[in-house]
Design a protein around this ligand. Sequence first.
Ligand SMILES: *Cc1c(COP(=O)(O)O)cnc(C)c1O
Length: 383
Amino acid sequence: MKKKLKFNSKVIHGGQSLEKGYGAVMPPIYQTSTYAQTSPGKHLGYEYSRTHNPTRTALEKSLASIENGNHGFAFASGLAAMDAIIKLLKPGDEVISTNDLYGGSYRLFDKIFKDFGIKFHFIPMDKTSLIKSLITKKTKLIWVETPTNPMMNIIDIELISNISRNNKILLAVDNTFASPYLQKPLNLGADIVMHSATKYLAGHSDVILGSIVLNDDVIAEKIRFIQNASGAICGPMDSFLTLRGIKTLHLRMKRHCKNAKKIAHYLKSHSKIEKVFWPGFQNHPNHEIAKKQMKNFGGMLSFIPKGSDYKSAVKIVEKLELFTLAESLGGVESLAGHPASMTHASIPKIEREKSGVVDSLIRLSVGIEDVEDLILDLDKAIG
Ligand SMILES: *Cc1c(COP(=O)(O)O)cnc(C)c1O
């Protein structure tokens, strides 16, 4: 029956089975590096915790279940998960990637893997003609992040999956901003879905963890091999915390979306705000795609105060009290960020501004507090 569960039941029960030893309802934290064998090679299914650990297995099964995939993998961080995906490639291979990418993803591609002979094309993905024009025999992967960070562009996953399928190229989607509650890339034709589970999946800003979910058995074996051979795994405690976070994902996401919608409208009607980036607005350039592929519009938004520059934007985020000025997103508490100096500081200014990340841009991760309090806080800071 568990295979057919609806999403709100899957977050709690998906892939889970009762612990056999004492009937513990929650999966125990198996804080062990190794497992006893009765004779060489004779054991209860676990040998060494880099390869596998029962708490991690419970999480990996949950991840696969909520993304509607066959295979789930948990890593030490979102970037460790991405690192494993890029290791499917070889020198000479090429990747076509979303241009307004999470800063750390850009850094991994441009500062690490470029030196290993992999070529990355960073492009806006609203025009499929541009993607098609870059495809050669060397193109092995299309990397999509949607909604994008921090400009909240929406990329049509289904449309791009048609191109990747036709050209036998893998399509990987960073689903961090949406979470599987809002968007299921595998259902839309993607081959691999990746998460920084640090954000909405774990949801409480108390753990760093990454995930990969996919369907294909052959690619899954390769990822399993890389996970063990490179060893960027997460520990049992972090696996437990993420699994616990996932159990309330549906409730949290609903509230994140509701609060963000109210704040987006509040900011839009504010006389001192120039522009608000939130895919729920009818005049957002990708509103129709968002409506098609997402259940709701998410908890993230960005805005530009009128006539502001680097200094005045920084002043606003400094004045916020309930919104904590911090990197990261997706936790129960509201956070504010200044991408130009924080999350996107590793991207050169010229590259950054090409995708709209100007010095005056402010990003909000809207939490699940009382929205009236959040609006009061913004009102005071904007002045
Ligand atoms: C945070 C983030 C990452 C990196 O994940 P870590 O868990 O910090 O390694 C990747 N992609 C997106 C969209 C993110 O927000």
